[in-house]
Write a protein that binds this ligand. Structure first.
Ligand SMILES: CC(C)(COP(=O)(O)OP(=O)(O)OC[C@H]1O[C@@H](n2cnc3c(N)ncnc32)[C@H](O)[C@@H]1OP(=O)(O)O)[C@@H](O)C(=O)NCCC(=O)NCCS
Length: 188
């Protein structure tokens, strides 16, 4: 059996209702939420349970929410959530996070590539976008390394920690993906 949601180091899977507790704890990591968005207010256990319960259902659109599991240990190491999927234009964006103790093992890279392959090869999308806070050095380096084009900056679109930041826009077309990752583009 092959699972197209599985790569060399991670497997992407749907959110289960039982995952609420992991997300409840992650959401208290102010550094992580500040890099994704801004420092979120405390969330309740009830809200985290409701989110996991609702998210565990198949979405009506293509905005998939996926847990990142490390293949080696089976541990839940992060999350990738597709948003702004536009079936007419064929473009989508995502946000993702890998827990600090599991970083620098290629998990984020592979999760992004698995999602991009699925959207390009199964759902006929043609462009993936990513927006990164201008001070988020790890994520800027990640997207550069994956071969995303730096498409520009939206100025002063982020406010966190008492400061404004720009939003750096990255993108990769389906053709660029196929040229850079021929082994992924041709695999069945
Ligand atoms: C950004 C993030 C998702 C990267 O996850 P990761 O699993 O550690 O990333 P990878 O292991 O796939 O890293 C791939 C490459 O990205 C770059 N990179 C990742 N983390 C880096 C860091 N802390 N400093 C510099 N470069 C980094 C490196 O080039 C790395 O390759 P290398 O390890 O061979 O040098 C993770 O740091 C994170 O969750 N941060 C908090 C939330 C966040 O910023 N999300 C992204 C919002 S756009």
């Amino acid at each position: 059996m092959t699972n197209r949601w599985q790569g060399r180091v991670v497997r992407l899977r749907a959110v289960d209702p039982e995952d609420w507790e992991a997300h409840y704890h992650w959401d208290q990591d102010s550094e992580m939420s500040g890099r994704l968005d801004f420092v979120w207010p405390p969330t309740s256990r009830a809200r985290a349970r409701r989110w996991a319960e609702e998210t565990s259902r198949q979405p009506d659109d293509d905005n998939l929410a996926l847990e990142i599991e490390a293949l080696e240990s089976g541990a839940l190491v992060g999350h990738i959530g597709v948003h702004d999927s536009d079936r007419r234009i064929g473009s989508f964006s995502y946000g993702l996070a890998v827990l600090p103790e599991h970083q620098r093992r290629g998990y984020a890279s592979e999760a992004i590539l698995l999602v991009a392959r699925y959207f390009f090869q199964e759902l006929r999308y043609q462009k993936v976008n990513a927006q990164v806070h201008s001070d988020n050095t790890p994520s800027l380096a990640l997207h550069e390394k994956l071969g995303f084009a730096r498409e520009g900056a939206l100025r002063r679109m982020v406010y966190t920690g008492g400061q404004f930041y720009d939003l750096m826009c990255f993108g990769m077309t389906a053709e660029e993906f196929a040229a850079r990752y021929p082994e992924l583009a041709s695999a069945r």
